[in-house]
Design a binder for this molecule. Sequence first.
Ligand SMILES: [Ca+2]
Length: 476
Amino acid sequence: MQVNTLNGSFRSQIVLLAVAVFLFAWSAASAVSASPRAAPTNVLFIVVDDLRCSLGCYGDPEVKSPNIDRLSARGVRFERAYCQYPVCNPSRTSFLTGLRPDTTGILDNEIPFRRKMPNVVTLPQLFREHGYFSAGLGKLFHQGLDPSGNRVFFQDAKSWADCRNFEATAEGRRGEGRSLTGGKLAWCQWLAAEGGDDAQPDGQSAAEAIRLLEKHRDKPFFLGVGFHKPHDPFFAPKRYFELYPTERIQLARDPENRTPDLPLAIPRGANREAFDQFTDRERREFRRAYYAGISFTDAQVGKLLDALDRLKLWDSTVVVFIGDHGYHLGEHGWWNKVTVFELCARTPLIVWAPGTKGMGRSTSGIVEFVDLYPTIADLCGLAPPSGLEGTSFRPLLDDPSRTGKRAAYTQVVRGRFMGRSVRTDRWRYTEWDCGKQGVELYDHNVDPLEYHNLASDPRHSAIVAELKTILRDGGH
Ligand SMILES: [Ca+2]
């Protein structure tokens, strides 16, 4: 009896031991499967309005951008990132919904995206629906004018738990400045403003973003910060203008032997007529004011990076930095956006993604802004909605030497016609109204600013045929 009891007790101990060993092995296996790349918790998404790749980290010799350069040195800098539409509302709607402009139907700055897509789940909304605190400060979705001509932001209650915009103070509206067109174009003016950063909306956005980081550091957050400069009107605190003595500003000079631009390649109208009247002095002032806006925004980005340092958030936060599209500063005689030239389609993109292996490098793999949504969701372990039209570029974050996409697509409406452009590793190919209003072909091996249109050269008929097919694919 005693022996049996002992035997029974011994058997119980064996069973308990076996269970313990099993539980230990199971928990260890679970830890192994979950631990190598625990998903980062937070997202800091920085969108800069109208920022082209004029940054120190992109090789610009004049622009001072030490803080964005600092982020570039830490993360992965994309040398070939392309927006889908070179205008604020269509571009932002596209990358914040993960859908191409043909799908969103948003092709101008007038229509809030919810009017066309009441049920779409936006990128910040996806995080919000997964329990994140989501906040948007400054310009994330577009701002536009209401029927009375008042400026309104296309705020989206489904996307943000907290969404705010800021106004310049009275001091921030005073200073030295002038219209560059004798008042003909209201937007085309600069102001070296009195007051500090916080007298401007972007300075206030940065300050509030830091407050939110401090408040929400211990819970998952998706924080969008949209800086409005270097967008026009070119207002920034005076000290950022002082970084750029006007007489030292270099000007773009279109080559004499370039192919004339096609009629639809650059918009006609009042803007162009005013640009044609610019003196070199005005050209230098325009560039200087745009650069001052970049350096002002760069300083605000620096404050956010400092906050990530201080709050020890780098290991748990994905940081994405983009411009919403590029810009011309006199190239092709144009001083604005709304073209599908490389200068407008290409945009800065820098990503810091903890846990990936390629940080601190750059990549020439092609990516599109429509890829941002699935990439950010992927990095944070969230399943995106079905039907997104981009793909995650996480593999490039692990290995920046990999090949990216075969092609990037950018489109723009010009009057009654659509221009569609595709960029491959070597070429840019553009059709206006399916080619009926003109075709462009540029060889980026020798012509980075796209001054020599080769589309009608019979020696390039094979590549034109190939690119025509890629353009028809449309990225789908
Ligand atoms: Ca913009």
